[in-house]
Design a protein around this ligand. Sequence first.
Ligand code: MLC
Ligand code: AMP
Length: 496
Amino acid sequence: MCYEIVERAKKHKDQVAVHSEGEAWKYGLIVNRAQHFATLLLGQKEDLLEARVAFMVNPGVDYVSVQWAIWIAGGIAVPLCLTYPPRSLDYVIQDTEADLIVASDEYLPLLEPLRQGKRPFRLFSISEMMQSRMFPEKSLPVLDLSRKAMILYTSGTTNLPKGVVTTHANIKAQIEMLQKAWKWERKDRTLCVLPLHHVHGIINVVCCSLWAGAICMFLPRFEPEEVIDLLEIPSLSVFMAVPTIYYKLITYIEGLSDRRAVEIKGNLLKKRLMVSGSAALPVSVMEKWYNISGHWLLERYGMTEIGMAISNPYRGKRKPGFVGFPLPTVDIRLVAENGKETADEPGEIQVKGPAVFQEYWGKKEATEESFTEDGWFKTGDTAVLLDGYYKILGRTSIDILKSGGYKISAIEIEEVLRQHEGVDDCSVVGVPNEEWGEIVGAAIILKNSIDMVAFQKWLAERLPKYKIPRSFRFLRELPRNAMGKVTKKDLLPLFS
Ligand code: MLC
Ligand code: AMP
């Protein structure tokens, strides 16, 4: 059962679970809050029966209480990105057909107008839920592990993001493999600086720490200075982030005095584990972080659809530029271009195991296409096995980018750009960038001249910040092959 996380929490009810906004919250209190919220979400019902409950809740005690409430009430948790513009929020709400939405009070003005849309929903605010009189405690449904638990949105090679459905069994498998591989313990304390609508923050940081009975500290947003101050707390033992965050922390520390840098190194050295993932960790970042902290970062490979799959060892050599070995319960194979499994050449990573997702929400065809006939999930990432370690070589599709650890679909951005009255045609590429991994580059053919300030504002109304193109090239024509298809490889040099 995934709500096993709640059952486990009851066992250490007097221990601190969460630190947020300067306050400490015990496991017992969070369980009580989750039960109270679950009762409110259920109303007259006995079981939410996989109703989608979207939630736009700030990281911290409220987020955890709402997530657990949805699970114990039998609903499917749909975390919303806190920085999405209304159009992107509306897309997720409509696509999941969410009937219930829970929000921190500050997001109500953003969500209220969306209730007038095609599909009205009931909107709960956290403060309203906190003030509601407790109903007589309801008996909560008994859930089978095969029930759907969560939908996370991820960009793909299609225009609009797809909802990745994981069951309680999938989530349990994703958590348990990391408990074992990375030796999570009750005495651990971690710091969450990642957004909580993606697997990295949700599973690896929040669920793993709370499953173990450890403490999870939350920072509402990433600020290098604050992160370093918190990392210096002696009991803080585990830290996980995307490469861009390590890059930004390195830049910050390099700007400090030598004396302060030595002090920070002394404190970071005492950490038990520091992990990087969600995008390729440049060897230069790994080496600089070693000089700054004395830690060889543990790099691992994962994906929304599969949780974590491959990891460098907890004990043993962490090889720069490599992601390591399959995690417990994960089966990996590489399939070469000729469709045959390969051991010594590059091939697509395919994955099997209990952590692999169930389906794309409402997209039967896309689900079928993403699996082989014999049940292997096709990741679209290419890797090679060298001396027993996997090395990620890139993606099979040029249309998928990774920027700051966020996956972005070039096609989705092109579709948006084409809706602008001044844009005749366009093509979007991932431009390599030391800090962000890639930044979004847009080559545009204009119909008529545009005002860039107004254009940026127009984009911000349609795309989350991280998807907005950062580099523009205005061209007379796009490079195309004999078939008329834009050759993105020829576009890239134009951005250097
Ligand atoms: C923001 N900015 C960008 C940008 N995002 N510029 C270029 N490319 C981007 N992608 C700009 C902003 O416009 C702003 O500029 C400035 O950077 C600061 O913006 P911000 O929003 O305050 O950024 P910041 O908080 O610093 O965010 C950086 C970050 C964030 C690294 C903390 O991107 C992040 O949280 N990434 C993690 C994503 C994640 O969790 N992925 C996991 C997916 S799951 P200006 O000019 O306005 O100042 C997965 C599976 C797995 O991948 O394996 O884990
Ligand atoms: P997402 O769909 O946001 O979950 O992103 C998953 C993708 O991130 C994978 O398919 C990879 O392309 C990429 N990724 C995750 N971890 C790594 C890593 N350590 N090195 C390279 N790419 C990674």
